[in-house]
Design a protein around this ligand. Sequence first.
Ligand SMILES: [Zn+2]
Length: 467
Amino acid sequence: MEEAVLEEIRTMKPRSKKIGYLLAGTALAAACVVLVAYGGEPPAWLLTSGKGAAPEAAEKQAPVRREILDFHMTDLDKGWIRYTDGTSGVTEDGGAHWTEQASGLPEAAASGTNGPSASTPDGTTLTTIAYQAKDYPVKQSQFVTDRVGWALLSAGTELANPLLVTTDGGQTWHAEVTPAVKDALQEEKQRQQRISREAALYASPEQAKKAMNTAWTLLPDTASPGDIVLVRHDQPGEVSWQGKTYELRPFEAGYFTYLPVPMKTKPGSYPIGDQTLKIKDKKFETQHLKVSKQMESMRQDTKRIEADQKKIDAARSKSEPAFLFSDSFIQPIEGILTTPFGHTRYVNGKFASSHTAIDLAAKEGTPIKAANDGIVALADNFYLTGNTIYIDHGMNLFSQYAHLSKLQVKTGDRVKRGDIIGLVGSTGFSTGPHLHFTFWAHNVPVNPNLFFNATPFQWLKQEPQSR
Ligand SMILES: [Zn+2]
C-alpha cells in the first residue's frame, strides 16, 4: 500500500467547511489501501480547514466522495463498509481505520454476521439521530451491544463522515473515533467479557438473562431457616438483613453478597432491594445423644473453647473478594448421614445446640475431598472439633471439615475441587469416626445440602432442596 486514498472525515470545527474528503495522489488500484478514517491525528497537510494550506493537487481533486451503500459490524472491532461504486473497506479497530478492499469484500467479512445486532438497543427502528444539535435521517443502523452502535446517515448529508458511532446507547453520536470513543469501546469490550464470564456461571442462558437483566436478583427468593441466599445487584450498594449490613462486592458484571438465614429467622416476607425474600417455616427434628461423663466435662473447658473460637472467627472474617469456584460443589465423602442439618441436640438430656452441619459416618482414614476450589483459611487442631479445616471459597463463604484424624493441607494452601485435604477421624468432641461438614457465610453456619451438585448461581432456577 503505497499511494493512499486518504479520507479525512475529521471535522475540525463543528459544522464548518465540508471539504472533509480529498484524494492525495491518483492511484486507486492498490490492493490494500489504508483509509484514515475518523481517528487519530491526520498529518498537517491533510487538514483542509484552518490555517494550514493543503497541497494544490489535493484541492483540485477534492471533494470526491463515494456514497456508502451499507455497512456491517461483526463485533466491537470488526466490520465492513460497501460503497455504491463497488469498492469496500474493512475495519479491525471499531472503525478508527478502514482498509480498502479493491476486489470486494473477503468472503469471511461478507458472511460475518455473528454477534448480536439490532437496529437499536430496544429493537425499534432508528429513523433519525441527533448530532451536534441537528437531526439527521438514518439509512441504516446497527447496535452490537446495548451501548455501542453505528448509524449510517442517508445520502446527501453535509457531514464528511456519514457513519456515526455511539457508546452510550444512542444518546450521543460521534463522527470520529476520538481517544475518548476508543476508550469507551475498550471499556465496553471488557464489560462484554465480564458479562459472558458471569453468564456462564448460571444454569442456562435463560437463567443468566433473567438474573443479569434485572436490578436485584435473589438466588433463590424463597428460603428456610439455616439456608443461604445469594444477592445480585446491578450496581454497588449494601443490603440490610437481620440487623446486619452486607456490602455488595463487585464480581464480573454485577455486585454480590451472601445472606445467611439464621436458624431463628421468623417465617415471613422480607424486602431485599426491590425484591421480596420469603422465609418458609421449617421444623427440625430432635436428637438425643448420650456421652460419657468425661466427654461431657470436656465441653466445659470454656477458656480453651473461647480461645479456639477467636482464632476461627478471625480466619472466617477475611475472605477473597471473588467467587473462587466455577464448577458445582461436591460432597467431600460418601459416608452415612447420621445427623442431618438442623437437628436440635440434647446431650445427656440437656439442650446442647442446633446441629448446623451434617455428620457423615465413614471408616477412620477415609480420604476427604475439598468440596470446591478455594484457599485453606485455617487447618488446625481445636478442642471441640479436633483437627479441622476451613476452606475459603470467596465472598465470605467457607466450607468446614471437622474431627479429622489427619490434616493434609495447611493454612494458606490453594486447593482444587476434589483434592484430598485430610482423613476421616474422631478427634475432638466426637463419639466415633465421622466427618462433621458445614458451610459458613459471614460467620453464620448454613445448610450444606444446598451446595451439593450446584453453585449458588444455579439457585435461581428452583427452590432450594432443603433436607
Ligand atoms: Zn456434627
